[in-house]
Ligand binder design. Structure first.
Ligand SMILES: C[S@@+](CC[C@H](N)C(=O)[O-])C[C@H]1O[C@@H](n2cnc3c(N)ncnc32)[C@H](O)[C@@H]1O
Length: 314
């Protein structure tokens, strides 16, 4: 199913199909399109070398069940997840302009974390309980059981921080991407966890990748005022509160995080793509900042929610 954004943009979600004859057609018509489905398939309709910025937050490994079995994030091992995730970005890569940017927000997972605790969401027959059903109703997601991997005394040990963001960044480098930055998104309003034998996690990574050594980057647009009153580089630790939505998606980007990225990594009237649209934060921010936008989302509830949210904002 495809969602029409607003009449203001006169969006036609299906105009890709045979209708796009030339790259020019594509650029003029496709200013604002969100579509329901698997991003790997949907992106194939787009011409190569057209996207200025891909900014996204994929599902993390074994954190949430958005859609059911076989989805990204439900791989048996962290290594398989990383491999799969890199495959996704390599599918998008030809669509990114040579001067384009890719920003990926990703968080980490502890081996075995909460694995026992999740049992309370299953009944004695291993079926999903009413609690889980209610949660799905409210948040569109359920809590997953981490795959039951045998502990091996190495990476697979209970309590082990898996360093999935680092493994992903290295795997992206190995497949040819240039890693330009590892930005730390510090969350000052993070609710303290109940852990007693380590520090509370208060940050996630935002990796900045490019295809080529020369790429679009407007640092001036995001400079901050320094102690001497002059504009300065804002640095690579960004303290931005998580943002609660009136809706129920539990893993949304704060708009401020996306604003910074869209401003410095895409030109006005450029094209921004979010393959894992979720509740539509990147869509709203991109349009507010006068960028064209493509978004894909496999969960129909989310895309409906994103559409409603968008219409409230414009
Ligand atoms: C972490 S959430 C994104 C949240 C988003 N940044 C926001 O602000 O709401 C990841 C999303 O990716 C979607 N997803 C997972 N696999 C997908 C696929 N193959 N194609 C499109 N969307 C997918 C999930 O349904 C989920 O909504």
């Amino acid at each position: 199913m495809c969602q029409s954004a607003t009449k203001k943009f006169d969006t036609e979600c299906h105009l890709f199909d045979e209708k796009i004859q030339s790259k020019n057609d594509f650029e003029i018509k496709l200013n604002n399109t969100i579509e329901h489905g698997d991003c790997r398939k949907l992106i194939s309709k787009f011409h190569d070398d057209t996207i200025d910025l891909i900014v996204t937050s994929p599902p993390y490994w074994a954190k949430r069940i958005y859609n059911g079995s076989g989805e990204l994030g439900s791989e048996e091992t962290p290594e398989e997840f990383v491999k799969e995730l890199v495959n996704y970005f390599n599918i998008f890569k030809p669509k990114l302009k040579k001067t384009g940017n890719l920003f990926v927000n990703i968080g980490d997972t502890f081996f075995g974390s909460g694995a026992g605790a999740w049992n309370k969401y299953l009944d004695e027959n291993g079926e999903i309980t009413q609690t889980q059903k209610d949660r799905k109703e409210k948040f569109f997601t359920t809590k997953p059981l981490q795959p039951k991997l045998k502990q091996n005394g190495k990476l697979y040990q209970n309590k082990q921080l898996l360093l999935i963001p680092a493994r992903f960044a290295i795997a992206m480098q190995d497949s040819g991407w240039i890693l330009r930055d590892d930005i730390i998104w510090h969350k000052p309003n993070r609710i303290p966890a109940s852990v007693k034998d380590r520090f509370n996690n208060t940050y996630e990574h935002v990796f900045h990748f490019v295809k080529n050594k020369s790429y679009f980057f407007d640092l001036d647009s995001v400079k901050v005022i320094g102690a001497n009153g002059n504009p300065k580089n804002p640095g690579d630790v960004w303290s931005i509160n998580t943002q609660a939505l009136d809706g129920d998606h539990t893993a949304t980007f704060p708009e401020k995080l996306i604003e910074k990225i869209v401003l410095c990594a895409s030109p006005e009237n450029g094209l921004v793509y979010d393959p894992f649209l979720g509740t539509g934060t990147s869509w709203i921010v991109s349009n507010r900042l006068k960028r064209n936008f493509i978004g894909h989302e496999i969960n129909e509830d989310f895309i409906n929610y994103a559409n409603q949210r968008y219409n409230k904002n414009f």
